[in-house]
Design a protein around this ligand. Structure first.
Ligand SMILES: NC(=O)c1ccc[n+]([C@@H]2O[C@H](COP(=O)([O-])OP(=O)(O)OC[C@H]3O[C@@H](n4cnc5c(N)ncnc54)[C@H](OP(=O)(O)O)[C@@H]3O)[C@@H](O)[C@H]2O)c1
Length: 278
C-alpha cells in the first residue's frame, strides 16, 4: 500500500470533541476556513468520528482538499474512558482492541491510514503500566503495517514518559496534553519532549487558562500588538514549541486562530506570558 508523502507538519490542529450532530458541518467549515489538520478519537462519548468522516467527504466532494492535503489524527481509548458505544470487542485482548479501534477509525474517516494514532491516556494516572506497554506495542504494529504514519500518547505526566522510555525502544512522535498556565504551561513535560524532539500538542490553552486571558497585563499586551488575547495565547504557544489545538465552532474565531500563526510576539512578551500565572 502506498502511503502519500508526509504532509507538512501542521501549524494548528482542529479539534472535533463535543460537537455531536454538528461535527460534520464544523469539520467541513474548518477545512474551508483553512485548517489542514484534524484531531478526533474513536470515543463516541466525546467525539463523533463518523461525523468527522462525513465532513471530510463533503470537503473532498466540493474539491476543497484531497486526503493528501490533510493530517488526520485519531486515538485509541480504553474501555473505562468510553460509554456503551465501544469501537471494539471488550472481551478481546488489548492488542486486538487497538487493531479493531483503528480499523473502525479508518472506516469512519474513509481512509486507508491516519497520520497520527494516539493513546488517549494511560491506564493508570500514576504509572506506565503493563496494559499500556501492550497497547503501545500493538500501536507500533499498526504503524509498521502502514495504517498510521506516526504515533502519540496523551494525558501523560513526566513520570509516565520516563517509565515509557525505560520500557520501550521507541518514544512517541507526539505528546498531547492539557496545558495549564499555572504549571508553567506543562513545563516539565514540554522540556522532556523538547530534549527528545517529540512534538508537544497543547489543548485547553484557552479554557484551562481563563486567569491568563482575563489578566490585565495580557489584555494590554494584546491590544498593543493589535491581536486578541486568544491569538496572543496561541501565538505564545507556538513560540515556545507547542502545537496548539482549537475546537472553536465560530467561523470568525477559526480565522483568528489560524491568523495567530503569523503573529510574531517579541521575546519579552513570550517570557512574560510563560510565567504569567505562576
Ligand atoms: N486528548 C484529550 O484528552 C483531549 C481532551 C480535550 C480536548 N482534546 C482535543 O482538543 C480540542 C480542543 O479542545 P479544548 O479543550 O482546547 O477546547 P475547545 O473545545 O476548543 O474550546 C475552546 C474554547 O475557546 C473558544 N475560542 C476558540 N478560539 C477563540 C478565539 N479566537 N477567541 C475567543 N474564544 C475562542 C471557543 O469558543 P467558540 O467556539 O465560541 O469559538 C471554546 O469555548 C478538542 O476538540 C479535542 O480534539 C483532547
Amino acid at each position: 500500500m502506498a502511503i502519500e508523502q508526509p504532509v507538512h507538519a501542521p501549524a494548528f490542529l482542529y479539534g472535533t470533541a463535543w460537537k455531536d450532530e454538528r461535527t460534520a458541518a464544523l469539520t467541513e467549515l474548518a477545512i474551508r476556513a483553512g485548517f489542514r489538520a484534524i484531531d478526533t478519537a474513536n470515543q463516541r462519548r466525546h467525539y463523533f468520528e463518523a461525523g468527522v468522516g462525513e465532513g471530510l467527504a463533503a470537503a473532498y466532494r466540493a474539491g476543497v482538499v484531497t486526503r493528501a492535503d490533510l493530517f488526520l489524527q485519531t486515538k485509541f481509548t480504553y474501555q473505562r474512558g468510553q460509554d456503551h458505544r465501544l469501537p471494539y470487542d471488550a472481551s478481546a485482548s488489548l492488542a486486538a482492541q487497538v487493531a479493531q479501534s483503528l480499523a473502525s477509525s479508518l472506516q469512519h474517516l474513509g481512509t486507508d491510514h491516519v497520520d497520527s494514532f494516539v493513546l488517549h491516556g494511560p491506564s493508570s494516572a500514576s504509572d506506565w503500566a503493563d496494559a499500556d506497554a501492550e497497547v503501545w506495542e500493538a500501536m507500533r504494529k499498526e504503524r509498521d503495517a502502514g495504517r498510521t504514519r506516526l504515533l502519540g500518547v496523551s494525558n501523560v505526566s513526566l513520570r509516565h514518559l520516563e517509565q515509557m522510555q525505560a520500557a520501550h525502544a521507541e518514544l512517541p512522535v507526539y505528546v498531547q496534553n492539557r496545558c495549564f498556565a499555572r504549571l508553567g504551561w506543562d513545563r516539565e513535560v514540554r522540556s522532556f519532549c523538547k530534549e527528545r524532539k517529540i512534538t508537544y500538542q497543547g489543548f485547553s490553552l484557552l479554557t484551562a487558562n481563563q486567569e491568563v486571558l482575563q489578566h490585565p497585563p495580557l489584555i494590554s499586551l494584546a491590544q498593543r500588538l493589535n491581536v486578541t488575547p486568544a491569538q496572543a495565547v496561541f501565538s505564545f504557544a507556538r513560540a515556545v514549541g507547542i502545537l496548539p489545538l482549537t475546537g472553536t465552532s465560530d467561523p470568525d474565531h477559526m480565522q483568528q486562530d489560524l491568523a495567530s500563526a503569523s503573529v510574531n510576539l517579541p521575546p519579552e512578551v513570550i517570557l512574560a506570558i510563560e510565567s504569567m500565572a505562576e
